[in-house]
Ligand binder design. Structure first.
Ligand code: NAD
Length: 332
């Protein structure tokens, strides 16, 4: 069925943050993100160049991430950014809106709140990497970071492997109890540990911080670990020791972003790995790359966050909202 024909006929819908929270499950986000990563690796979907500007007002960073998925038929962009002063106004610092267009006609098909979707699609990204790359017997999850995204990451990750325990470290230790409460709610043992201890215990590690220096050194990570580096999405940010890239088999959501604004920027810049050493995660999903080859291998996923992830989950939100009668089409 070509849903876009109906969209063109009856106008566009506005899908607010509350509706997104109500209708998009972690399973929906996982399915949408896994499918779009696969489409990117097949060459069926591509991201447009990212625009990100310091606008010289309110210390804000603002920009656009767009793309087109020919197989999923999502076309559009996410517009938004980071306003550091928002917290004082009772607003989230990260603000974004997704604009979807009918690829058959170019008409606007939906405006979708992007704040909740950003969190759930980012969690789906690391979760897809765990599903395809982590050892099946992974029991201990290591969390580096305890901010807004961390709880989303934790909830999505524990659905992929039979985790029994969470070990966590954060540069601001006072933020850890909130993450501990989520782990307890999920029935998992929780322990705040040092970075070295986290590496020694964890079978899977997720890094989700705003760091500009390595928080995990290569020697601290044990053989067989899967590590998803999720915080680095800008030039200059960094979460892990570049030497870890030389020890690991490296995957990314999109290689072009990984080597420029992702965690791999540092390892590639130092000549420790080359662009050609990185495999798109979509190749593993499509079965054209075997993924993990043995239980001792360290696998590293560089999740930089691509516009197509936003479009994929926003398309599902718009479709479900229409189907469930939660939105009324309007025309411009
Ligand atoms: P947040 O502000 O709620 O939390 C920030 C986290 O980083 C906390 O753990 C904090 O202790 C830590 N931190 C803050 N400043 C630091 C510093 N100078 N050095 C080391 N650690 C520091 O942010 P969030 O919403 O949880 O997002 C975390 C990171 O993930 C951000 O950097 C954000 O840009 C990034 N992000 C990535 C994607 C993606 O798709 N890859 C998507 C959304 C957000």
């Amino acid at each position: 069925m070509n849903t876009h024909k109906e969209v063109a006929a009856d106008g566009f819908v506005i899908v607010g943050e509350e509706i997104c929270q109500k209708i998009i499950s972690r399973a929906d986000a996982f399915g949408a993100v896994e499918a779009v990563f696969a489409a990117m690796a097949r060459g069926d979907a591509y991201n447009f160049p990212v625009v990100r500007e310091a606008i010289g007002h309110a210390d804000a960073l603002y920009g656009f991430k767009g793309g087109f998925d020919r197989s999923g038929l999502s076309l559009g962009l996410k517009a938004g950014g980071y306003w550091p002063g928002n917290m004082d106004k009772g607003l989230t610092n990260h603000q974004s809106t997704v604009f979807l267009f009918d690829p058959d006609t170019g008409r606007l098909s939906a405006l979708v709140g992007g704040n909740y979707l950003t969190a759930i699609r980012t969690a789906a990204s690391s979760s897809v990497s765990i599903a395809h790359l982590a050892r099946k017997d992974a029991k201990v999850l290591g969390m580096v970071g305890a901010g807004h995204q961390s709880a989303f990451q934790l909830r999505a990750a524990v659905e992929q492997r039979p985790f029994e325990k969470v070990v966590a470290w954060n540069p601001h230790p006072d933020m850890l109890p909130r993450l501990g409460a989520v782990a307890k709610e999920l029935g998992l043992e929780f322990e705040a540990v040092t970075q070295e201890e986290l590496g020694a215990q964890a079978d899977v590690i997720i890094t989700i911080t705003s760091a500009f220096e390595p928080l995990m050194m290569a020697d601290w990570v044990k053989p067989g670990t899967h590590i998803a580096c999720m915080g680095t999405d800008t030039k200059g940010k960094q979460e892990v020791d570049p030497a870890l890239f030389a020890r690991a088999t490296v995957f990314a959501d999109e290689i072009a972003q990984s080597i420029t604004i992702g965690e791999a920027q540092h390892a590639v810049g130092k000549g420790l790995i080359a662009e050609g050493d990185i495999t798109p995660i979509g190749a593993v999903i499509n079965g054209t790359h075997a993924g993990r080859s043995n239980a001792e291998e360290i696998t590293l996923f560089d999740g930089t966050g691509v516009g197509l992830q936003d479009l994929a989950v926003a398309s599902v939100a718009a479709k479900l909202a229409r189907e469930q009668g939660l939105v009324t089409p309007i025309t411009l």
